[in-house]
Design a protein. Structure first.
Length: 294
């Protein structure tokens, strides 16, 4: 094995095709987009260079600040919800349901494979106020409260988005974390129980440190997905009311394809790329901590 992996030609053969595909799909579009960020115009009128004007505009654009703030707020809340809900479900599978967890895992994973448009329509019906009262408002009416127009304000629409996306994806993270939990040796768990660890103490001092690598992987998957959220917001609120639920991805899309400002849209895309890179580096930095040492 050492002779094979020490051969540069063997390394090139093994990773060359994957590196080529990655370069064509990821790196080339990124460099192309970077070039557009120094231009103005569109495919009809043509493109002309404008230096750093797009970057100067980026730092003075109130819409970018609002979209960036919404992106961070959404990513923080939804990532916490996805990972925590997924981890709790994984603990339920392993320590409570055990072998009988297959059906529950299937039901929890089912929303992951549903089309985003179908999920968006489902939650629109659940929370609608007119022309028919949805189930959520019906329950409020039964409890003596008035109906709420959940999509009339950015605050309430935000929480409907959070509930929808956590519900959609917690099954995926539950299965991912379940794979990490089932790899914990039964001997270690039994030894911990004999030493008096049970319940939360067992999870805190034994299960959590041993499942920390897969937990950090789930966190990275989630934070990168939520920072780049697009389809679920388009399906449920389309960035409204107004621009109250508009993340950077949707603002970039509107700028590029609705207003045909490809240069500035590419600049917003570059900002999003930098944000994702910095957040991922921070998460990797935090993942170096060894939970087994206290």
């Amino acid at each position: 094995m050492h002779r094979v992996l020490g051969d540069r030609r063997a390394i090139l053969i093994l990773i060359g095709p994957a590196l080529l595909v990655y370069s064509l799909i990821m790196l080339v579009p990124m460099v192309w987009s970077l070039g557009y960020s120094f231009t103005k115009g569109n495919t009809i009128d043509g493109f002309t260079g404008n230096g750093l004007d797009n970057f100067q505009r980026l730092f003075t654009d109130d819409a970018v600040r609002d979209a960036l703030w919404f992106t961070f707020k959404y990513a923080l809340v939804v990532t916490a919800g996805q990972v925590i809900a997924g981890y709790l479900l994984a603990l339920l599978y392993v320590f409570v349901l055990k072998r009988a967890s297959a059906l529950v895992r299937t039901l929890a994973f089912f929303p992951v494979v549903l089309p985003t448009v179908a999920v968006g329509l489902l939650f629109q019906k659940l929370f609608q106020v007119s022309p028919q009262t949805g189930p959520v408002n019906s329950l409020l009416n039964m409890a003596g409260f008035e109906s709420v127009d959940w999509f009339a304000s950015a605050g309430s629409a935000f929480w409907v988005l959070v509930i929808m996306d956590v519900w959609r994806s917690m099954g995926f993270y539950a299965v991912l974390l379940f794979a990490g939990l089932v790899d914990i040796p039964d001997e270690l768990l039994e030894s911990a129980r004999l030493d008096g660890a049970s319940g939360l103490r067992l999870v805190r001092h034994v299960v959590l440190p041993l499942s920390f690598p897969v937990l950090m992987s789930s966190l990275i998957f989630s934070i990168n997905g939520t920072l780049k959220v697009f389809d679920s917001i388009v399906a449920l609120t389309n960035g409204g009311p107004g621009s109250g639920t508009t993340p950077l991805t949707l603002y970039m899309f509107q700028t590029s394809f609705t207003y045909s400002d490809y240069g500035y849209g590419s600049t917003i895309a570059l900002l999003l790329t930098v944000v994702c890179l910095l957040v991922t580096l921070v998460v990797f930095r935090l993942s170096r901590r060894d939970l087994t040492k206290g």
